[in-house]
Design a protein around this ligand. Structure first.
Ligand SMILES: Cc1ncc(COP(=O)(O)O)c(C=O)c1O
Length: 449
């Protein structure tokens, strides 16, 4: 329910947009606010201000795999607020952050044993870029300043993440402030070679050789790091071709280039393993994380780095700050407390294993839509999936918008970007909920297209 005290603000917002929203068609939202106004959430469902219960098909924004209002998280927030609600992490510390760092490092592969906390995926990406630059400089290789991103990549909206990102609308307005010396690999998504692939496509491995070309063009001695999402999430679930990430690893290792996996979406179970690194059997030098680490309840992000990187920073005078970087809220006690509960619940309820059980169910449900004429592609991996609809004549994005709005009236909260619809349901979803979601989608697609 919208409270009486909030109604005036909502009305005012409709007229003058006092709340300028991120990544939103603000005027469209204000013209049709009621179904898009979320007022409560429980388990795998939101309720909007019209009282419609909506299945949360993207776990918020890929961030709430345990569902909403989990009683143990609610309790942890209350308890932590009473005990230690804030503690500076500059020159001071607290046990919650230390022990959470230890647990996260234990989940990460091999020798990624050191965690630096931030508050979002964007901050995590920018932190990773700074770590890579600092590392090479401390090793006496300051000439390594270039960053290699990938077309269609999303690494948030900080200056670093935006520069290595590869989604055009996120870049063009800000061209004058792009980081120096960034280049991009081509993406690996070519529907003519891989449409309707279940899991990893076999086509596209050769696109990793783009990195060899960039090394040849720029010389390895100028390249600091390559940053990729193991699965490109924001651009609509682009799954890595078989062997592609392995080949990137080989080329990076051969040329002294750091490999950064942006695991803001793939981290903490969504791939059916702790991290995408383990799912794909490739160990990067740096992993970025955010979102699911706190089930989206309190913002948190961070990077996990190898012993080699950490130890390289831990040099110079002992009283000197080794890495002049960090955030007021790095390792925030509230986030750390929630992070602990999230990891407890994931372990006790076997949720990472559950993703492996749900993966074929989601795959079957989504690929069952293949016969609809309007569907151009369907793809999936872990507990993620996406489909593309053929654009309506002269109106790209119109079908996505119509489907999104139909979802709001029919019990599905959908994530539509243009005519692409992405899915990352909560790990607590039942098999039946996933099948029902697909059945509702079939009905709505048929209605609106
Ligand atoms: C891979 C990846 N990196 C970074 C980000 C940015 O995260 P945030 O919105 O928390 O800054 C996102 C957000 O979706 C993401 O998917």
């Amino acid at each position: 329910m919208v409270q009486d005290s909030e109604k005036t603000a909502l009305l005012r917002n409709k007229q003058d947009g006092v709340y300028w929203q991120p990544y939103t068609a603000n005027r469209l939202l204000r013209a049709n606010m009621e179904p898009r106004t979320m007022v409560s959430a429980k388990g795998a469902y939101y309720t909007n201000s019209e009282g419609t219960k909506l299945f949360d098909t993207l776990s918020g924004l890929w961030c709430t795999p345990l569902g909403h209002a989990h009683p143990r998280i609610v309790e942890a927030v209350r308890k932590q607020a009473e005990t230690l609600d804030f503690a500076p992490s500059f020159q001071l510390t607290h046990p919650g952050a230390i022990s959470l760092a230890e647990r996260i490092a234990d989940l990460a592969p091999d020798n990624l044993n050191h965690v630096f906390f931030a508050n979002s995926g964007s901050e995590a990406a920018d932190t990773a870029i700074k770590v890579a630059l600092g590392y090479h400089r401390l090793k006496g290789e300051a000439s390594r300043f270039r960053m290699i991103g990938r077309e269609r990549g999303y690494h948030g909206v900080g200056l670093g993440g935006m520069s290595v990102g590869g989604i055009v609308p996120n870049r063009k307005m800000f061209a004058p402030i792009m980081m120096n010396g960034v280049d991009h690999l081509r993406h690996t998504y070519e529907p003519s070679h891989m449409a309707f692939t279940r899991g990893q496509p076999t086509w596209g491995t050769h696109r990793a050789e783009d990195l060899v070309r960039l090394v040849t063009l720029h010389d390895a001695s100028t390249i600091a790091a390559v940053i990729v999402e193991p699965v490109q999430g924001s651009t609509g679930v682009v799954v890595p071709p078989v062997g592609y990430l392995q080949r990137l690893r080989e080329i990076c290792t051969a040329n002294g280039i750091l490999l950064i996996f942006d695991e803001v979406i793939t981290g903490f179970g969504r791939m059916g393993e702790n991290f995408g690194a383990q799912r794909f059997g490739v160990t990067p030098d740096i992993i970025t994380f955010a979102k699911a680490v706190t089930n989206g309840i309190v913002p948190m992000g961070g990077v996990i780095v190898t012993d080699e990187i950490y130890n390289t920073f831990m040099t110079g005078p002992e009283s000197a700050i080794e890495f002049c970087h960090g955030y007021t809220y790095s390792g925030h006690p509230m986030a750390a407390a929630v992070g602990h509960v999230v990891l407890d619940v994931m372990r006790e309820e076997g949720l990472v294993e559950r993703v492996r059980v749900l993966e074929p169910v989601l795959e079957e449900a989504m690929h069952g839509l293949k016969d609809l004429d309007v569907i151009a592609d369907i793809r999936n991996i872990g507990l993620t999936a996406a489909f593309d609809m053929k654009p309506a004549e002269g109106k790209p994005g119109a079908r996505g918008l119509a489907l999104f709005e139909a979802g709001l009236r029919n019990g599905l909260l959908l994530r539509c970007t243009g005519d692409t619809v992405s899915f990352g349901p909560p790990f607590i979803s039942t098999e039946q909920e996933l099948r029902d979601m697909a059945a509702t989608l079939r009905r709505l697609i048929t209605e609106v297209c």
